[in-house]
Design a protein around this ligand. Structure first.
Ligand code: NAP
Length: 458
């Protein structure tokens, strides 16, 4: 696997990165193991200070870090800046809560005094995607820094500038070498790392295929894993929704990050009474998007992350149309240099169309029309994924009842599927298992040690 930064706006190569060797990996694991035997794991205040300094430094370097993201994978510059702020908040959240989350928890038992202590688990392997180049790394780094687990990380091969910058940021924040090690390595080398007995956990965010490969290897070596995989999220609009708001939020939820978000609104399930109105509003927004240089703050739709991503999305839409889908607007790449795809709306997608079950990772919305809640639930739950989802209705009680019927890991009412450091993030079905962020994310890779002092009376 070659690590290259190629600007998706014009496909010009910016930089090549040499891959790490097997010896580099051994050195990284040796250094990480030394961390586990050092004072680092006792020094919670030092780890908290690193998290706080990291947040401060990221905010101070926001402009240059945002530019790296935009150059590596084409994110609109304002969205790149927003991602840096989100990262700083995650670092601060775990700094604020590290002591509370690490504190022992007492258990009631007639056998005596019992409590669970929280210790580092060991070295964690992180395998991460390109679509949120810093945020995805921070979701793993911050809780593991709070715990004391060293991390070896393989970032996606198309965002090497960000991968390199993140490692530097952590060292600059005062962490010793080995707390976070970036490795430019292949999938086979990832498998070798998981097989190493020093590695006690693997966190992967990415596609279903990568998830299956990594979880399979983790299972073989009895190593704990978490998987944050793809999604085919619903955006349900009921007949009593505030339509203007729903159209605005729904369109943004589909085209944010050029549609390359795991929890993007992908399947719009519209109540038949408002379907035409919603569709008309959506066409207007999609056709009004301004494509261009993602570094230009006037641009509202950037390129896809790579030429491969453009080719994949083009083939998917073509196949959907061959199988009966109707293109409402868009439907092909832009005639423009770089990896631009037209914002697209598809309808008439039947269950025998492969598009029904696939994740479209780009600005392609699918529209489904339903006559009532039962039909909405039947469409929503007929999916192999279960990551996020959204319901728009002005009747909150009605929306809550519907939310409890949709099979998904997260569901938001009158908003889009959002993220916050204090809220658990994770999916069900083929969207993966386990959580990141919040106390739930912290608990995934902490060693829980039960201690019991037997009561002499029993
Ligand atoms: P991807 O191709 O699976 O890549 C993700 C990471 O896995 C990359 O670092 C990739 O390395 C690596 N990888 C791929 N195959 C591997 C294997 N067999 N063994 C070990 N590592 C492997 O996914 P992507 O296209 O970058 O990201 C998009 C996908 O991620 C979408 O499905 C999206 O929904 C999902 N996603 C999920 C979440 C979530 O929180 N649930 C968040 C963001 C994205 P290379 O780059 O070197 O191939």
């Amino acid at each position: 696997m070659s690590y290259q930064s190629i600007n998706p706006f014009n496909n010009q190569k910016l930089k090549d990165y040499p891959s790490h060797t097997d010896q580099d990996i051994q050195n990284a694991l040796d250094t990480a193991e030394k961390i586990l035997k050092s004072d680092w794991i006792q020094q919670v205040d030092t780890r908290i200070a690193v998290l706080r300094k990291l947040a401060t430094n990221m905010r101070a370097q926001k402009a240059e870090l945002a530019k790296l993201m935009t150059q590596d994978m084409g994110k609109l510059i304002k969205q790149s800046e927003g991602e840096i702020e989100t990262c700083a908040k995650i670092a601060e959240y775990y700094a604020d809560h590290a002591k509370e989350f690490l504190a022992p928890v007492s258990y009631e038992t007639e056998l005596g005094e019992a409590w669970v202590e929280h210790h580092p688990l060991g070295i964690i392997m992180a395998v991460e995607p390109w679509n949120f180049p810093f945020y995805q790394l921070m979701r793993v780094f911050a809780p593991n820094c709070a715990i004391g687990n060293p991390v070896v990380a393989k970032h996606a091969s198309i965002v090497p500038q960000c991968a390199e910058a993140f490692e530097r940021l952590i060292l600059d924040a005062g962490a010793p070498k080995g707390v976070w090690t970036n490795l430019f390595i292949s999938s086979d080398q990832v498998a070798d790392i998981i097989a190493d007995p020093r590695v006690q956990g693997v966190a992967l965010t990415g596609s279903e295929g990568a998830g299956r490969a990594v979880a399979g290897q983790a299972g073989k070596h009895v190593t704990k894993s978490t998987l944050e995989l793809g999604g085919n999220d619903v955006f349900i609009v009921l007949d009593d929704a505030d339509l203007e708001k729903a159209i605005k939020i729904g369109c943004q939820a589909r085209v944010n990050n050029t549609g390359q978000v795991c929890t993007a609104a992908k399947r719009f399930i519209l109540h038949e009474k408002i379907a035409e109105q919603f569709k008309t509003g959506m066409i207007k927004v999609f056709e009004g998007l301004k494509i261009g240089d993602p570094l230009d703050s006037e641009t509202t739709l950037g390129p896809l992350s790579s030429a491969d991503a453009l080719e994949k999305l083009t083939k998917q839409v073509d196949k959907a149309v061959e199988n009966g889908a109707k293109v409402v607007t868009g439907g092909k790449p832009y005639e423009h240099e770089g990896n631009f795809y037209q914002p697209t709306i598809l309808e008439n997608i039947s269950r025998d169309n492969p598009a029904w079950y696939e994740e479209f990772f780009g600005p392609v919305a699918q529209i489904y029309v339903a006559k009532d809640e039962d039909e909405i639930v039947s469409i929503a739950n007929d999916s192999n994924y279960g990551l996020g989802g959204v319901i728009h209705s002005q009747n909150i009680e009605r929306a809550k009842k519907l939310a409890s019927r949709v099979e998904t890991g997260m569901i938001w009412i009158n908003w889009y599927t959002d993220t916050a450091p204090e809220l658990p993030f994770g999916g069900i079905k083929n969207s993966g298992y386990g959580h990141e962020l919040s106390i739930d994310g912290f608990k995934e890779f902490v060693q829980k040690r039960l201690v019991v002092v037997k009561s002499p009376k029993k």
